[in-house]
Design a binder for this molecule. Structure first.
Ligand SMILES: [Zn+2]
Ligand SMILES: [Zn+2]
Length: 262
């Protein structure tokens, strides 16, 4: 299994075992990550097949490998998702490909299954340097330069400092790769005035903060790896779920919901 997925799974298992309010979310997320990793491995180990980057062309080749993820959610997911997974497993062939196509051309963070299935696919495109076809890349620096996806989160890490980025990166909600981004800028609307950008932080999650914008009323979470070097941004973002409640209560909308729907 690739390092990337292993790292996410180990972190999710670890945090799920810590007593916290996010235990159920993390237990489910760990199972989901395992299913995504299995799907990813099946893509990577397909002999004589490489993705074309065009979802229409690739779906027939990857469709059967998607079943494992649907089965995992049907068995372990929260009731509403479990039911939907079973419906998809029982559905006629065009239903799932239609959902994937819809998400690919018009991504929505409430399309749970399409997002969960296309993350490993899009990441595999990135690893094989296959350009995704049919995706709009119009968002400029605030969307993923590889696939056009929106940011799931931001993170700070200690690295060779470049003045523009200030060591802040965004992580793509679709292909799970990262790109450099300026430090004091809203990742949704580009607001740069410091007075419009707010941060919320709770002692319970020392390395995670809400980064909110008062111009567009959107937010995302920032994971600070300079405070906790072994944090894994994608998983720690889920772990800090109580911060999402704070943001919602204060009238902010998340730029992109994560896979546990928060
Ligand atoms: Zn991307
Ligand atoms: Zn904004």
């Amino acid at each position: 299994m690739s390092n990337f997925w292993n790292k996410q799974i180990e972190r999710a298992d670890h945090l799920a075992n810590e007593s916290s309010g996010s235990k159920e979310l993390l237990t489910f997320y760990a199972q989901l990550l395992r299913a995504q990793a299995e799907f990813y491995d099946s893509l990577r180990s397909s002999k004589d097949w490489l993705p074309s980057g065009d979802l229409e062309t690739d779906v027939p080749a990857i469709r059967s490998s998607m079943t494992v993820l649907l089965q995992t959610v049907a068995q372990h997911g929260p009731p509403s998702l479990a039911e939907e997974a079973q419906t998809l497993l029982d559905a006629e062939p065009p239903v799932l490909p239609d959902k994937l196509r819809e998400y690919w051309h018009n991504p929505s963070d409430t399309q749970f299954f399409a997002k969960a299935l296309l993350q490993p696919y899009a990441r595999w495109l990135n690893e094989t340097q296959t350009t995704p076809a049919g995706r709009e890349l119009t968002g400029g620096e605030r969307t993923c330069p590889f696939c056009g996806g929106r940011p799931q989160l931001s993170f700070l890490q200690a690295k060779e400092s470049t003045a523009e980025s200030g060591n802040r990166d965004l992580l793509c909600a679709t292909c799970l790769t990262t790109w450099e981004f300026r430090r004091v800028v809203c990742a949704n609307c580009g607001e740069e005035r410091p007075a419009k950008l707010g941060y919320f932080h709770s002692p319970e999650f020392d390395h995670v903060r809400i980064e909110a914008c008062d111009s567009c009323k959107h937010y995302l979470k920032g994971i600070d790896l300079t405070r906790l070097g072994y944090a894994v941004p994608l998983v720690d973002e889920v772990y800090a779920a109580p911060l999402d409640l704070w943001a919602r209560e204060h009238g902010y909308t998340k730029i992109e919901l994560n896979l546990v729907g928060l």
